[in-house]
Design a protein around this ligand. Sequence first.
Ligand code: ACO
Length: 326
Amino acid sequence: MSVRRSVIAGVGSYLPERIVTNDDLAKFVDTSDEWIVERSGIRQRHMVADGQFTSDLAIAAAKAALENANMDAQEIDLIVMATTTPDNTFPATATIVQDALGIHHGAAFDLQAVCSGFVFSLSTADNFLKAGQFKNALVIGAETFSRLLDWEDRTTCVLFGDGAGAVVLKSEEGGDGTVADRGILTAHLHSDGRYKDKLYVDGGPSTTQTVGHVRMVGRDVFRHAVVNIADVINEALLATDLTIEDIDWFVPHQANKRILDSTAKRIGLPPEKVVMTVAEHGNTSAASVPLALSVAVADGRIKRGDLVLLEAMGGGFTWGSALVRW
Ligand code: ACO
């Protein structure tokens, strides 16, 4: 039996030039490098320059992913872009990226699942490809989260950063339907709106006509994150009849080192299999998973044939996992 799978053919990323260290923040926020490192593992984050937009980061990441896949932009017929910080309320930032890449066919749209956005977008594109509706997709996570932060709220503003990552997903026939196939083997998505007030933005076009600022009940987010992430990882393993020992690389949403350490411990994954970029990037929301993927592919850790476990959790709450044979 020949099975159609969505294979990750290339990955790319982009980080704005400006690096902001914890000490830089401590100059205007009542915080310290010691507190931030101890509570979150974050040492620095990148931040956009004036006049630099989410689409600029996304375009650079998309071009890098296409180059890595050795593909031409014209081969792309679907762009799914995860972002909470679109250039404007509309049109979808994906259409700005599409136009900049010179693509005037197929479909391009944004998807909003906050920090889970990349995993939700990957699964969405995978389903379109498996259904045969599109052939090759760009899945992008791009954020300028610095523009949503309240710089007087030290409980949130020290945690986030800007950046973008992208993958090229290619529909390929010929898999035999086993976990040995290349491509996305399984994906699992969840939302539970009962927790919408635990992590949110206090503005929007319909409520305040402003973009608002990030608000968070940090302890509740932490508690739910560890449990939900472990559960959705087990769901992926159960669905594929794989065990945690089969995983070569764990590429989680980079929210917070303590969340990642607790999750890895809970699921029984050794720390050396965890790709961790939170120290250098901070929490880049939907961009964090493809940014981390990009780092681990570029430095030679993730290689063809490896089994890669992705997960994310974010506002809503939303959370999800995906298992990919690289
Ligand atoms: N610098 C110095 N002190 C601070 C700072 C700061 N930046 N922020 C808070 N504090 C103070 C608080 O005011 C408080 O002081 P008090 O005891 O005098 O009242 C003290 O530090 C402890 O505050 P808590 O909020 O209890 O600190 P906690 O140990 O819970 O750590 C943190 C806070 C890091 C936010 C933690 O709750 C956490 O990691 N939560 C997960 C949130 C997260 O990662 N969110 C990312 C988005 S969601 C996602 O992507 C999954």
